[in-house]
Write a protein that binds this ligand. Structure first.
Ligand code: GAP
Length: 452
């Protein structure tokens, strides 16, 4: 698969121009790996999260929600292997930006940086690319608890949301009377001290994840793993509306797999910088529960009353970044078209995720009778749809261009004919076709269209 034809700089420029994404602390020169979502971005983010939550939790009787704390007892991260797993001497592939254990690459059992630097002088990565010099690297972001100097404890901002899901396995099982198989889903921020944040919001240091851990009988690992791979693909295509031609599968090799995974399949999206990971499905086996059980001293085994079987559940994980999904959606839906020898930029977003569903305009903003009628329609639609925009700035052509650029599926215009026969025009974003409809049928018509 080739890199997407859409250019990252066009997406970055649209995001800034139209209020989707801003560089964080921009007036101070920004901060690498951190971004703020603007008024349009936050609507799109919320729509993606709502869609995921509705599909994951709302449509499954055996998947329950959780909102764990960002900071947990540091022992959790010791058990999960994140403290140990991220403090090795690492080198970075300068082309793919994948990191490798320097000692593994050098084939020695040493963590001495000067020795490793010498050994790796002419070494290339497993992909055959040049590498950075080795250095110690811990992706965990540290913070300190306790107000008095000298009386502080080191804590970590979570590097993945999954941690609290494992430690709440028993709580959720008992409070929800859950029987295996069941899942726990969570949406929340995670933090990674990435060496090289890059590609706009693709790789950031403060990210948001939508994760679900599915607790199963180890015997069901294969079929469950396949089912959650399928779920991810179907969600992206059928719910979010991403074109299948921009998606592909990537199976992790042994070196690529995270320390907790026995198997991992990513869905790659065809980003402007090339096909890259969008959504991961992992078989985490009983890695996490076994380690939490060992370190906490708590029994996390499950007793299956029907089969009389006792076991430590395996976990199949489904994990996707919100920001990465937003970037994929923008790239996938972005198009520049020539209409009547005029160019327009349009985001062909599925209505369910579009930040604004409808824009309402009086044809002329200095004609009070048009404005009054249009305001009536606007107020009526605002009761029914989230979100609706009032737009009376510039001429009607400019308004359409503006709404196209932010992906608003429908523009409603009130003109002089509206005053005569109580009708309005509905303009469709993708076809640019306009139809005249009775004002009292508008809600029904939009309701139907917005479900598509
Ligand atoms: N709990 C499993 C886990 O965290 P991961 O593959 O490291 O697995 C899951 O991350 C997803 O989170 C990725 O598929 C990606 O969508 C998103 N993600 C990971 N690191 C990211 C980063 N630095 N910036 C933005 N998104 C990231």
């Amino acid at each position: 698969m080739q890199a997407n034809q859409v250019k990252m700089e066009d997406i970055v420029s649209l995001c800034k121009r139209r209020g989707f994404v801003f560089q964080s602390s921009e007036i101070y020169g920004g901060l690498a790996g951190f971004y703020d979502y603007g008024p349009l971005g936050v609507e799109l983010v919320n729509n993606l999260k709502k869609l995921w939550w509705q599909t994951m939790v709302g449509e499954h009787d055996n998947i329950f929600g959780l909102d764990g704390a960002i900071i947990q007892n540091p022992l959790l991260w010791e058990a999960s292997g994140h403290i140990a797993g991220f403090t090795d001497p690492m080198v970075e592939d300068l082309v793919t930006h994948k990191r490798y254990r320097a000692d593994h690459l050098a084939g020695v059992d040493s963590t001495d940086l000067s020795e490793l630097t010498k050994l790796l002088k002419d070494q290339r990565s497993p992909e055959g690319n040049p590498i950075s010099p080795p250095r110690y690297f811990n992706m965990m972001m540290k913070t300190w608890l306790g107000a008095i100097e000298g009386d502080v404890a080191t804590a970590y901002l979570r590097p993945e949301t999954a941690g609290a899901i494992f430690t709440n396995f028993i709580n959720v099982k008992e409070t929800m009377r859950a029987k295996i198989p069941f899942g726990i889903a969570q949406i929340g921020k995670a933090f990674r001290n990435e060496i090289s944040p890059r590609d706009f919001i693709f790789r950031v240091r403060e990210l948001e994840q939508m994760e679900m851990q599915y607790f199963i009988n180890p015997k069901a690992q294969e079929q469950t793993y396949q089912a959650w791979r399928e779920f991810a693909w179907n969600f992206l295509v059928n719910k979010v509306g991403i074109q299948e031609k921009n998606l592909s599968w990537h199976e992790h090799s042994e070196q690529e797999r995270a320390h907790y995974a026995k198997a991992a399949h990513d869905i790659y999206f065809n980003f402007p910088q090339g096909p890259k990971e969008l959504w991961g499905t992992h078989n985490r086996t009983d890695y996490d529960l076994a380690n939490h059980s060992r370190l906490s001293g708590k029994d996390l085994t499950y007793f299956d009353e029907i089969n009389g079987e006792k076991y430590l559940p395996y976990v199949i994980e489904s994990s996707v970044g919100v920001g990465r999904m937003l970037l994929a959606v923008l790239v996938d839906s972005y198009s520049v078209e020539n209409i009547n020898s005029e160019s327009r930029t349009v985001l062909k977003l599925k209505p369910v995720i579009a930040p604004y569903k409808v824009a309402v305009s009086p044809l002329l903003k200095n004609k009070p009778e048009l404005v009054t009628f249009a305001q009536k329609i606007y107020q009526q639609l605002k009761q029914k749809f989230v979100m609706v925009m009032w737009d009376d700035n510039g001429n009607i052509g400019k308004r359409y261009r503006r709404q196209d650029e932010i992906g608003t599926p429908f523009c409603i215009t009130i003109d002089f004919e509206s005053l005569d026969n109580q009708s309005v025009t509905v303009r469709h974003r993708d076809t640019t076709k306009q139809e005249r409809v009775p004002a009292d049928k508008l809600v029904d018509i939009l309701n139907k269209e917005l479900k598509k």
